[in-house]
Write a protein that binds this ligand. Structure first.
Ligand code: ZN
Ligand code: ZN
Length: 642
């Protein structure tokens, strides 16, 4: 049989770890987390399945390996918590992006001192190099076991699973209901850190028990952990909620409601510029602007399927005994625009764009600044086209996405999600649409990965994942094929043959949620928004009152040149004014003292530390305008806000 690419003679009932050890060098084997046969992950202590033809190692540094290390670290943490706080009850502890958590039912919140103590205990358990052992019990035996340990949440989980048998993993005195696999011993966990505590509800249900969630992270080695912790530290400095206050852009006010954003003058201006840019860019690319109402009759949501499939995430209201749904998506009005008149094959594609405000009922626990909100604006479009136009339409959207991500300086990659098990539409339709998606990306030379079976039931899609300055990944753009809605709403066009045909519909967003995109952009740039988006592009600072008249003249000059400028005439020391302008991340400071007044000039300082120095007013305006336009020139675009 093939073991790590080598042909090896393997005995029946051989142990995975032993077999891999034989095929690998000592150094390589030290970094093996679990074994893999086909898609099945196996503990190193498991026997090689009799039907296995190729056994591969899963290394610690791979995504799969890291996930197992992190989940094993969650078990290790639970072991330590139970040791230090025996009355704490355990619930679940999954690995998540960049780490893991475990939820405990405990009489009080854990403190930072508790976390230190837990970490120290975890290190002792790592030192003891305890084994992770697996046993399979009947559900009845497992329930008895967990009842004896007073672990009522585990009992509930087993009852809900309704399986005949369950597997249990033990490390030290701690036993957990778990599918596995796990690292072989606690000594394999080489680099971890507990990060924070937060409240959580059992099963995310606010009517159930309040739990204490401890977040942590783990890596294959201390160096990778150190790098990640440094990034977290930097992310804290760049937290968009903190910067949003510092830059006076927005606030989230509980008097209004959780997950709802109030935009202050500067933030509303940033939005207005972004939205104005998007509208113009869409018009240039052959889209038409449309706009629908915020609330639509319940019957329409029944017809679209949202009422059956998405109702829990929607808000409803009643007027004159008629129930209305507040829109969570913008599709319906757009389809009604299409249906408003007879369409010929020559009229297609129709591309409808709307900066559509949507409301979605996200659970309160997941709300986070601008990144997860309940009310947001999507840069949403629906492209309704003939099947033979699908590929070109997708190319157009993908190119649009690429242009905007380049403009903002985000690296990006694409993921294609294909037909899931439960799906509507014929195999032929799915194949055509999936081919159109992959074909379009191939033609553009865009890299992509495929998530087999991960598409929505109504069609395949492309997700664009962007990478920010801290190497965090965010999903913004999506391009989604849809076979259901054109059917449910009986969309049609008259073909060349004079007969009625069903068009294809693409839903697509580019920035996604404007709120979320601004949040990501703030963290990506550390608040130093590109000059074209900065609410104030130049700040004029005077040394004393003697320069006030000239400062006003400079202000007027810049404004006439289309530069957003402000003047700080306060009777404060220059150093203080400079520091404040720096905190506001203003791209340019124009300093005026007696010397500058005499020379009818300004002393220019840039936010990035560059010091262009003494410039005439024309030169200063030219310098700032160049910085504003630079990102567009780079991409062969042009834009001005007005
Ligand atoms: Zn587990
Ligand atoms: Zn849609």
């Amino acid at each position: 049989m093939q073991v790590a690419g080598k042909e090896l003679e393997v005995q029946q009932d051989a142990i995975c770890g032993e077999v891999l050890k034989e095929a690998l060098s000592k150094k390589q084997f030290k970094n093996v987390v679990v074994a893999k046969c086909g898609d099945t992950l196996l503990d190193l202590t498991a026997t090689v399945p009799s039907d296995c033809t190729a056994l591969e190692p899963v290394m610690a540094s791979t995504d799969e390996g890291l996930e197992i290390i992190r989940h094993s670290t969650a078990h290790l943490m639970a072991e330590a918590v139970k040791k230090l706080y025996p009355t704490a009850k355990v619930t679940i502890g999954p690995s998540i992006a960049n780490g893991f958590y475990y939820d405990f039912d405990y009489e009080r919140p854990f403190t930072p001192e508790d976390l230190e103590a837990i970490e120290a205990e975890m290190l002792r358990r790592v030192g003891a190099n305890e084994e992770f052992s697996r046993e399979v019990l009947s559900s009845a035996e497992a329930i008895e076991k967990f009842e004896a340990m007073n672990e009522s949440y585990k009992v509930e989980l087993i009852n809900d699973l309704g399986e005949e048998t369950v597997s249990i993993y033990s490390n030290g005195d701690f036993a957990d209901l778990c599918r596995g696999p796990h690292v072989a011993r606690t000594g394999m966990i080489k680099a971890f850190k507990l990060l924070s505590v937060a409240g959580a509800y059992w099963r995310g249900d606010e009517n159930r028990e309040q739990l204490q969630r401890i977040y942590g992270t783990a890596f294959a080695d201390p160096k990778a952990l150190k790098k990640h912790l440094a990034q977290l530290e930097e992310a804290k400095k760049r937290d968009h909620r903190k910067l949003g206050t510092q830059l006076d852009l927005f606030s989230v006010n509980n008097e209004v409601g959780a997950g709802m954003t109030i935009w202050h003058p500067k933030g509303a201006l940033v939005r207005a510029i972004l939205e104005d840019f998007e509208r113009k860019e869409h018009l240039k690319r052959g889209y038409q602007l449309v706009q629908g109402p915020l609330i639509l009759k319940k019957e329409l949501w029944e017809r679209s399927g949202h009422y059956d499939n998405y109702r829990e995430n929607m808000y409803f209201t009643e007027i004159d005994e008629q129930s209305y749904g507040i829109k969570p998506m913008n599709c319906l009005s757009h389809m009604l625009v299409f249906k408003s008149r007879l369409r010929s094959y020559r009229d297609l594609p129709q591309r409808y764009f709307e900066l559509g405000v949507v409301h979605r009922h996200e659970k309160s626990g997941v709300l986070h600044g601008l990144l997860r909100v309940r009310s947001f604006t999507q840069d949403d479009a629906h492209l309704i086209c003939r099947p033979d136009q699908l590929r070109d339409e997708i190319i157009g959207v993908a190119k649009f996405v690429g242009d905007l991500m380049d403009l903002f300086g985000f690296e990006y990659q694409a993921e294609i999600s294909t037909k899931p098990e439960k799906a509507i539409g014929s195999d032929e339709d799915w194949e055509k649409a999936t081919d159109a998606l992959t074909g379009a990306l191939n033609e553009m030379g865009m890299d992509y990965s495929i998530n087999e079976g991960d598409g929505a039931f109504y069609g395949p899609k492309i997700d664009i994942i962007i990478k920010d300055a801290l190497e965090r990944r965010w999903q913004c753009a999506t391009i989604q094929c849809d076979f259901t809605l054109p059917d449910r709403f009986d969309l049609s066009y008259v073909g060349e043959d004079g007969a009625k045909h069903r068009p294809v519909m693409l839903h697509r967003v580019i920035l996604g949620s404007i709120e979320r995109f601004i949040g990501v952009l703030i963290e990506h740039t550390g608040g130093a928004l590109p000059a074209w988006l900065s609410p104030v592009q130049a700040k004029i600072l005077t040394v004393t009152d003697a320069q006030n008249d000239f400062a006003q003249k400079v202000l007027q000059f810049l404004q006439e040149k289309g530069i957003r400028a402000e003047v700080d005439l306060r009777n404060e020391k220059l150093g203080y004014k400079v520091r404040e302008a720096q905190l506001e991340k203003t791209p340019y400071m124009l300093i005026i003292g007696d010397k500058e007044v005499a020379a009818e000039s300004v002393n220019v300082r840039a936010r990035d530390g560059e010091d262009p120095g003494l410039k005439s007013l024309d030169e200063a305006a030219e310098l700032i305008s160049t910085a504003i336009n630079e990102p567009f020139k780079r991409g062969g675009m042009s834009y001005s806000f007005s």
